[in-house]
Design a protein around this ligand. Structure first.
Ligand SMILES: C[S@@+](CC[C@H](N)C(=O)[O-])C[C@H]1O[C@@H](n2cnc3c(N)ncnc32)[C@H](O)[C@@H]1O
Length: 156
């Protein structure tokens, strides 16, 4: 399984052995790759869309890791237990959607790593993080199919 460059850059930032939660997983390429490649033992894959979650389950079955992933239909983190993950990925969405998903973590993200990749409103997200005390510990830009993507990491 080969990840697109953007997702591959995100995968490279996931700490080995982490308990990942991929919000807005769509096809679940990222969590499936992380498990297949021994970075994570298990994962949580969430999506607001029933159809996307069905696609995610198909990918996991195709790669034999269905039993290692918890599939949760959820708007952001609404249905996800905060104690069930230590590394959060929110990628491929607008910056304002990412803000709406992570604002519930303000002040409670101790011991958590957040990996955020906004497709739009990058500046708004960066300002939000700075103003709300989410300390950016790593920031990279990856070029994929003639487009630049910002990835921000907040690790506590
Ligand atoms: C463009 S896809 C990105 C998929 C993958 N994360 C990636 O980076 O390639 C965006 C996904 O986010 C989901 N999504 C959008 N808003 C969401 C929300 N509030 N909570 C959970 N998932 C959401 C969509 O259903 C879609 O599957």
């Amino acid at each position: 399984m080969r990840l697109p460059k953007r997702l591959s850059a995100i995968a490279g930032l996931v700490p080995k052995g982490s308990r990942i939660c991929d919000v807005g997983t769509d096809h679940a390429l990222l969590p499936v790759w992380l498990i297949v490649n021994g970075i994570c033992e298990t994962a949580i894959a969430t999506d607001i869309s029933e159809n996307c979650l069905a696609r995610a389950e198909e990918t996991a079955r195709a790669y034999g890791v269905y039993d290692k992933i918890s599939f949760i239909r959820s708007d952001g983190l609404a249905e996800v237990n905060l104690d069930a993950w230590d590394t959060l990925v929110v990628a491929g969405m607008g910056g304002e959607t990412i803000i709406s998903i992570i604002e519930c973590l303000e002040g409670v993200n101790v011991g958590k790593t957040l990996i955020l990749q906004p497709n739009t409103k990058q500046l708004e997200l960066s300002l939000f993080l700075r103003e709300r005390g989410f300390e950016i510990t790593n920031e990279i830009i990856v070029r994929d199919r003639r487009r630049n993507y910002l990835i921000e990491v907040i690790a506590n």
